[in-house]
Write a protein that binds this ligand. Structure first.
Ligand code: SF4
Length: 257
């Protein structure tokens, strides 16, 4: 990718902006992005606490902000219900609930089975690609920017994120990680202070969640993302939307569950 991929900014410009915004509050970063990109930026969220905070910040500034999420077809019922809760809480927000391509899902399931993610890391990543990454990638093609709920302390692969950066994996659009320098407690403090709706699975020991069969509550002392694809060893706790993943490079061992 080259800097000409950027719809709005080039690498030099966004680098300077990132330096300016790095010590700004998340709300200021969100406001900057909405001012710059208007209706061409959306909150992309799986309804976790961090994403809900970003949604809340954006909706306070722009009540009809666009929101994008994916119904992978394997989400827990609680998530499907929580989408409706969030829509009602922010009644003017405009939602796109994406779905994977049904023909691709059918072909994958026919070839590898519905629970292929248990077979190998490559199969798990293929499932994430088909059910989640491709629909999101397609949606990002229609945007100039996206808000994420990423934080630097969530996982090693996220340690170097900037509050704003060009996303060269998705055409050079602007990726806004307004919570980059927050810690988990900052998120929960904001939620309490601003009465942000919280996904019900948090009260059942989950600290990060996606599809039902690939998420479990964490054990005391475990990392927040330890409940994602917990049977894998050495693979990144990523679906592939935030970093391109080479599917063959990771050791995979199935644990008894
Ligand atoms: Fe498939 Fe699991 Fe990824 Fe969901 S989280 S898309 S079920 S591998």
């Amino acid at each position: 990718m080259t800097i000409t991929d950027s719809v709005v900014f080039d690498d030099l410009e966004i680098g300077e902006i990132a330096v300016d915004l790095d010590d700004q509050e998340p709300e200021d970063v969100v406001e900057w992005a909405l001012d710059e990109l208007g209706d061409r930026i959306a909150v992309v969220t799986a309804l976790q606490a961090d994403g809900m905070v970003v949604l809340d910040m954006a909706a306070r500034i722009r009540p009809d902000v666009r929101v994008v999420t994916v119904d992978t077809g394997r989400l827990p019922q609680q998530t499907l219900e929580f989408i409706e809760t969030a829509r009602k809480h922010y009644p003017r927000t405009r939602w796109d609930v994406l779905a994977p391509d049904s023909a691709e899902v059918e072909a994958m399931v026919r070839e590898r089975g519905d629970d292929l993610f248990r077979t190998s890391v490559a199969d798990r990543m293929r499932c994430c690609q088909v059910r989640k990454v491709r629909p999101l990638t397609e949606a990002l093609r229609g945007l100039d920017g996206w808000f994420t709920g990423l934080r630097r302390d969530q996982w090693a692969s996220r340690a170097a994120i900037k509050k704003v950066e060009l996303d060269h994996d998705h055409g050079g659009i602007v990726k806004v990680n307004a919570l980059a320098d927050w810690e988990s407690q900052d998120v929960w403090d904001y939620i309490e202070e601003h009465h942000v709706p919280v996904h019900p699975l948090y009260s059942h020991g989950y600290t990060s969640f996606g599809c039902a069969p690939c998420t479990r509550p964490i054990q005391p002392g475990e990392d927040d993302r330890a409940g994602r694809w917990w049977w894998e060893k050495g693979a990144p706790k990523e679906c592939g939307i935030h970093c391109p993943i080479e599917t063959g490079a990771f050791e995979h061992e199935a644990e008894e569950i």
